[in-house]
Design a protein around this ligand. Structure first.
Ligand SMILES: CC(C)(COP(=O)(O)OP(=O)(O)OC[C@H]1O[C@@H](n2cnc3c(N)ncnc32)[C@H](O)[C@@H]1OP(=O)(O)O)[C@@H](O)C(=O)NCCC(=O)NCCS
Length: 177
């Protein structure tokens, strides 16, 4: 299986926007990544979800061991801007993109797209022919712009609170040769 099976615009290796550098996650990044997650959910996603939903999504006391275990597997990347982590992403070898978060102060600067392209290449190199994600209301326009389609709307329970999101996927094109 090759990267040719994913849409061309996702596998091109675009020039990084100036000042951005994507690199693999390291365990020393844990605190910065969890802090970024907490802050982004509580500021950016808070525009689309209720305070109760946000509290369930990003609780006051995140479990560092659970985060460390989650980030130790799969394709996990951070994007640095001016030497600071401005975003991070995680994808499974089968193409399930389960984390993509950009710092509140770095939104719409190309960080998400740059991380996304890197994770897609990582998954494609491991045979994934399709990228799927459970996408927040907040992130839906980004994924639509990247070529995803909505498969279904769903409600998931986090700590007993219902959150709405969208199952979205980016299918590989039909090969013509
Ligand atoms: C979704 C998210 C990761 C996008 O990251 P980002 O760095 O802001 O996105 P980019 O700058 O790379 O955007 C690339 C393109 O996507 C589209 N896009 C991104 N955010 C958009 C928005 N809110 N509305 C409309 N289009 C948007 C635009 O076409 C954009 O290109 P442009 O800025 O040149 O017009 C970011 O908004 C985020 O962290 N959201 C909160 C966390 C979240 O919900 N994560 C997803 C969990 S499933």
């Amino acid at each position: 299986m090759t990267a040719e099976r994913l849409p061309q615009r996702t596998i091109r290796r675009p020039a990084a926007p100036p000042g951005l550098r994507v690199r693999p996650y390291r365990s020393a990044d844990l605190a910065a990544v969890v802090g970024l997650f907490q802050h982004t959910v509580r500021t950016v996603n808070a525009l689309d979800y209720s305070p109760q939903q946000i509290a369930a999504w990003a609780p006051d006391a995140p479990d560092p061991d659970a985060w460390a275990a989650r980030l130790a597997a799969g394709g996990v990347f951070v994007c640095e801007r001016a030497g600071t982590i401005a975003g991070f992403a995680r994808v499974e070898p089968d193409g399930t993109l389960d984390l993509l978060y950009v710092d509140a102060g770095a939104q719409r600067a190309g960080v998400g797209r740059h991380l996304f392209d890197r994770t897609v290449r990582w998954a494609a190199a491991r045979g994934a022919g399709r990228i799927t994600a459970a996408v927040s209301v907040t992130a839906r326009p980004f994924f639509e712009r990247a070529g995803f389609r909505v498969v279904r709307r769903q409600s998931v329970a986090r700590r007993g609170v219902a959150l709405e999101n969208f199952v979205m996927e980016l299918e590989r094109p039909v090969r013509r040769s």
